[in-house]
Design a protein around this ligand. Structure first.
Ligand code: HEM
Length: 530
C-alpha cells in the first residue's frame, strides 16, 4: 500500500514538474531570449498572455467608423489590437496567445530575411493551431511538413496544370448559371436587394466539390450529397467554437465541439474512402494502361498521376487522398467565394470599373455563350480588378509559421543579427502589408486597379514580399490558378447578366473569422441586362 502511495506521489510530482516546465518555465525562457534579441511588445500575463487585451480591444471596436467601401482603415477595424501595438512597437513585435509566443511581422524586408534559405527546414506550421485544423485538413498539403510536404506537393501540383483546369470551365459555368437563375427569380419576384455573398459561397462550395472529387449537392448519388453537407456542417461547427488559443488546458472547455468535429470528420473520411475505393476499382486512376479517367476532377487526376508513376514515394495512399480532398474543399471554396464577394462589392461601389470590365467581357467573349480559356486569358482589366481586390481584402488575412529551430535573421546591412528562438510562432499580417502607405503610396487604402495595369503583377509595391495574397515561397497556394479561372468565369457571367449597385441595406463591416469576410453579407441591387 505504502509503495502504491509513493508511486502515486512520484507520478504527481513528475506531472507537476512537466506542467511547470512546459506551461511556465519554458515560455518564460523564450520570453527572456526574445527580449534579449531586442524584440519588444505588450506585456503578457499568465496564463492568458495578451488575450484579455485582444478581447477588450475587439469588444470596444466600432466597426463602422474606420472603413467604408471607398477606402478607410480596415486594418484598424479588423485588427484594432495590432493597429495599437504597431503604433507603440513598430512593424515587428512580440505578443502572446496564452503561453505561446507570436512574432508579429508586417515588415516585408524582415519577412524576407527571416524566411530566406531552407524554408522547409526552418519554419513549419504552428502546433497551436494544428489540433483545431486537423478535422478539416488532416495531414493534407496545408498541414504536411518537411519531406512529406515535398512529396505531396510534387504529386499534387501537376493536377493544377492549365490543361487540366481548362476542363473545369464547364462545371463552373453550369453551377454559376444555376446561381444566376436563382438571382433572376428573386429580382423577378420583386426582391429589391440580394445578399450575393450567400449565393457566391454556395456556388464556390459546389464548384470545388465537383472539381475536387466530382460530387455535387444535388448528386443523384446520395454519397456525394452526404459528403457535401457534412463538409459544410463541419466547417460551420469549427467556426462557431471560438477558442482560447494557446491557453493551457483551454481545449477542455470545448470538448464537446471538438468531439463533434472529430466525429463528423470520421464520417466524412469514411464516405470519401468509399468514393476513392470505388474509383480505384473502376480504374478511375488510369491504371497500367493509362485508361481515360472517368471524369477530370482533381481526385481522378491524382489517382491517375499517382498510379502512373513508378515508385511508392510518388504515390498517395487512399488515406492521403482523403485528406487532400478535404484540404481542397476547405482551403479552396471559402477563400475564392470571399474574393468574388468583395469583387462584386467593389464593382458595385465603382461603377466606372464595372462598366469597363463588362465592356471587356463583351469584347472578348460576347454577350452570351460558353467561355473558353483563351478568352478568359484576355480579360486584362478584370485581372487588375481582381489583383486590387486581393490586395485590399485578402481572404487569407494572415499567414502563420513556427520556428522549427533557432532562426538567425540577418537584418538590412548584414551587420545586425537577431535570433528567433525555436518554437516561436510568426504571424504575418497580410492586411497591414497590403495597405501600408510606405509600400503602396498615399492611396494605399483606395481601390485603384490601374496600379496593376501600370506596374504589373506586383502593382507597384515597393517590396517583393509586400504583396502576398496567396502566400510566398515554396508554400505558395497550389490552387491559385484554379481560383483565377473560377473568379474570371463567375465574374464574366454575372456582369453579362446583371448591373450591380450597393444596396442601402449594406453595412460595410469587414471582420476576421479565420478569413476576412463581411459581417453582415453583401447586399446588392441587381438590374437584369438581358
Ligand atoms: C482566393 C482564393 C485563395 C486564396 C486567397 C488562398 C490563399 C492561400 C494562402 C495564403 C496560402 C499559403 C498558406 C501558408 O503559407 O501557410 C495557401 C495555400 C494553399 N492553398 Fe490556397 N488560396 C486560395 C484558393 C485555393 C484553392 C481554390 C485551393 C484548392 C483547390 C487552395 C489550396 C491550397 C493548398 C492545398 C495550400 C497549401 C499549399 C502548400 O502548403 O504547399 N487554395 N492558399
Amino acid at each position: 500500500m505504502e509503495l502504491v502511495v509513493q508511486a502515486l506521489a512520484a507520478a504527481a510530482a513528475l506531472l507537476a514538474v512537466f506542467f511547470l516546465s512546459t506551461l511556465y518555465l519554458s515560455p518564460a525562457a523564450t520570453a527572456r531570449r526574445l527580449r534579449n534579441a531586442g524584440f519588444r511588445g505588450p506585456t503578457p500575463s499568465f496564463p492568458l498572455g495578451n488575450l484579455r487585451e485582444i478581447a477588450s480591444s475587439l469588444a470596444s471596436n466600432n466597426d463602422t467608423d474606420e472603413s467604408n467601401t471607398k477606402g478607410g482603415d480596415i486594418h484598424a477595424a479588423v485588427f484594432p489590437y495590432f493597429a495599437r501595438w504597431r503604433r507603440a512597437f513598430g512593424k515587428v513585435f512580440v505578443y502572446w496567445l496564452g503561453t505561446e509566443p507570436f512574432l508579429y511581422v508586417a515588415d516585408p524586408e524582415f519577412l524576407k530575411a527571416a524566411t530566406a534559405g531552407a524554408l522547409g527546414k526552418l519554419w513549419g506550421k504552428p502546433d497551436v493551431f494544428r489540433r483545431d485544423r486537423m478535422p478539416m485538413f488532416g495531414r493534407g498539403l496545408v498541414m504536411a511538413e518537411g519531406d512529406e510536404w515535398a512529396r505531396h506537393r510534387h504529386i499534387i501540383a501537376p493536377a493544377f496544370s492549365a490543361t487540366n483546369l481548362n476542363d473545369m470551365i464547364g462545371v463552373m459555368e453550369e453551377t454559376t448559371a444555376k446561381m444566376l437563375g436563382e438571382w433572376g427569380d428573386m429580382v423577378a419576384a420583386g426582391q429589391s436587394c440580394v445578399d450575393v455573398e450567400k449565393g457566391v459561397v454556395r456556388n464556390a462550395a459546389e464548384i470545388i466539390a465537383r472539381a475536387s472529387f466530382g460530387i455535387s449537392a444535388d448528386d443523384d448519388d446520395a454519397t456525394g450529397a452526404r459528403v457535401f453537407h457534412k463538409l459544410q456542417a463541419m466547417q460551420a461547427m469549427l467556426f462557431r467554437s471560438t477558442r482560447l488559443v494557446g491557453v493551457p488546458l483551454a481545449g477542455l472547455l470545448h470538448i464537446r465541439a471538438t468531439y463533434e468535429a472529430w466525429k463528423l470528420g470520421r464520417e466524412i473520411d469514411a464516405l470519401l474512402l468509399d468514393i476513392i475505393e470505388s474509383r480505384r476499382r473502376r480504374g478511375g486512376g488510369g491504371g497500367k494502361k493509362k485508361k481515360k479517367t472517368t471524369s477530370n476532377d482533381l481526385l481522378s487526376l491524382l489517382l491517375a498521376g499517382s498510379e502512373a508513376s513508378a515508385g511508392a514515394e510518388r504515390k498517395l495512399t487512399t488515406r492521403e487522398l482523403v485528406d487532400e480532398c478535404k484540404t481542397f474543399f476547405f482551403g479552396g471554396h471559402e477563400t475564392t467565394a470571399l474574393a468574388l464577394s468583395w469583387t462584386l462589392l467593389m464593382l458595385a461601389a465603382h461603377p466606372e470599373w464595372q462598366a469597363a470590365v463588362r465592356e471587356e467581357v463583351v469584347e472578348v467573349a460576347g454577350r452570351s455563350g460558353p467561355l473558353d480559356a483563351a478568352a478568359l486569358g484576355k480579360l486584362t482589366k478584370m485581372g487588375c480588378v481582381l489583383s486590387e481586390v486581393l490586395r485590399l481584402y485578402p481572404p487569407s488575412p494572415n499567414v502563420q509559421r513556427q520556428a522549427l529551430q533557432d532562426v538567425v535573421v540577418v537584418a538590412g546591412d548584414g551587420e545586425k543579427k537577431v535570433v528567433i528562438p525555436k518554437g516561436t510562432n510568426m504571424w504575418i499580417d497580410v492586411v497591414a502589408m497590403h495597405r501600408d502607405g510606405e509600400l503602396w503610396g498615399e492611396e494605399a487604402s483606395e481601390f485603384r486597379p490601374e496600379r496593376f495595369m501600370r506596374e504589373g503583377v506586383q502593382g507597384g509595391c515597393r517590396h517583393r514580399m509586400g504583396y502576398v495574397p496567396f502566400g510566398f515561397g515554396g508554400r505558395i497556394c497550389v490552387g491559385r490558378n484554379l481560383t483565377a479561372m473560377e473568379l474570371r468565369v463567375v465574374l464574366a457571367m454575372v456582369l453579362r447578366r446583371f448591373a450591380v449597385e450597393v444596396a442601402p441595406e449594406y453595412r460595410h463591416a469587414p471582420r476576421i473569422m479565420l478569413s476576412l469576410r463581411p459581417s453582415h453579407g453583401i447586399q446588392l441591387r441587381l438590374t437584369p441586362l438581358c
